[in-house]
Design a protein around this ligand. Structure first.
Ligand code: ZN
Ligand code: ZN
Length: 355
């Protein structure tokens, strides 16, 4: 992949001679190398993957056109020093948001450079606007989620535990082509559903419970994310009320979203509906986030997001109402932003489903 040219531009703008990319998603985005250990080294003259023996073959296969350096027994620092010397590097950038402090201290001690320059999210920022190919993968990942949700509607019944339901979701995600879950599936029933990121427990699902399922998978490296909340048995009036407010907020935000808006403006549309319905204090998280190689990317849809959302950025739209001691509802779709609106990748039904 020739995304290294974009990194060379960043190097120039930051006045650094070379950069060591350590964030795995950035390594993959820039070079294609999806191994778990190593660095990308990019300077004006070189673009190389530095890794260890376990990943040499993989790097050769995936990072086409890159020099592949396999470190020796002396480790990364020695291998990097060899490169720095021949490449005449004085100022070397590193991803400060990714590196452990202990690792930084080690590199600062051992690397022969004048200066290690912390760079923020310039390289991660390259990933915000998706290519058509990336969008295809994300869409495919989300459609696997839709298929799993449809099947879960025939599986869920009173007496099953949240863990059993979560296990089934994760099994099906793989069965239908996901490489893995994009995050551990959330299954929260009854009063547990009042916790937005509840961890599945051995609690049995009972008649009358809300059941919130939030899950996604990874397809060709790209994540999906969706949430549906259903009721097991007949929904009470209060459950219907809460569900309908969340749905109204979600539909309004979807209707509003388009390229050129600030993330906080989209958030506000959904938030105002929920707060004006009397549920201020019950929607304590942001409306959404972007999704790509990583499950939570920027820009976000949140009360303080100043970033502008642009065409070909993905966003989740996931308002919720969480009432302590009662339960909660979240509805989450994954969309791609277009000039005049959006394309929704999530096809699953959003009317209140009573099983
Ligand atoms: Zn989610
Ligand atoms: Zn999400």
């Amino acid at each position: 992949m020739d995304n290294y040219k974009k990194v060379q531009e960043i190097n120039k703008s930051l006045n650094i001679d070379a950069v060591l990319i350590s964030n795995g998603n950035n390594m993959r985005y820039v070079s294609g190398f999806a191994g778990e250990t190593g660095y990308l080294y990019i300077s004006e003259k070189h673009h190389m993957v530095i890794t260890d023996f376990r990943y040499t073959y993989q790097a050769e296969m995936e990072a086409k056109g890159y020099e592949i350096v396999t470190i020796g027994n002396a480790g990364y620092e020695e291998a990097i020093n060899d490169i720095l010397r021949t490449d005449n590097v004085k100022r070397l950038g590193f991803e400060s948001g990714d590196m452990l402090y202990s690792k930084y201290v080690e590199l600062a001690d051992k690397l022969n450079v004048d200066e290690l320059v912390p760079i923020k999210d310039e390289i991660t920022g390259l990933r915000k606007i998706k290519t058509p190919k990336e969008l295809e993968y994300i869409k495919q990942a989300e459609s696997i989620g839709d298929k799993v949700f449809a099947e879960m509607l025939t599986f869920i019944k009173p007496g099953l535990t949240e863990l059993e339901v979560a296990a089934r979701i994760e099994y099906l995600l793989k069965l239908y082509g996901g490489e893995r879950s994009s995050f551990p599936a959330i299954v929260a029933s009854g009063i547990n559903s009042s916790m937005p990121h509840a961890v599945p427990t051995n609690k049995k699902i009972e008649v009358g419970d809300f059941v919130t399922m939030d899950f996604g998978c990874v397809y060709e490296g790209y994540c999906s994310d969706m949430t549906r909340t259903i009721v097991v048995g007949k929904a009470s009036d209060r459950q219907k009320e809460i569900y309908n407010i969340v749905l109204e907020a979600q539909l309004a935000a979807l209707d509003f979203i388009r390229a050129g808006l600030k993330g906080k403006d989209v958030d506000k549309v959904a938030r105002d509906i929920i707060y004006n319905a009397g549920y201020e204090g019950c929607f304590g998280h942001g409306l959404g986030h972007s999704v790509g190689l990583f499950i939570h990317e920027g820009p976000r849809l949140s009360p303080n997001e100043e970033d502008i959302i642009e065409e070909r950025m993905t966003e989740t739209v996931e308002p919720g109402i969480y009432v302590r001691g009662f339960g909660g509802v979240r509805i989450e779709d994954l969309i791609v932003v277009t000039k005049d609106g959006h394309e929704n990748y999530t096809q699953s039904d959003k009317s209140l489903i009573e099983l």
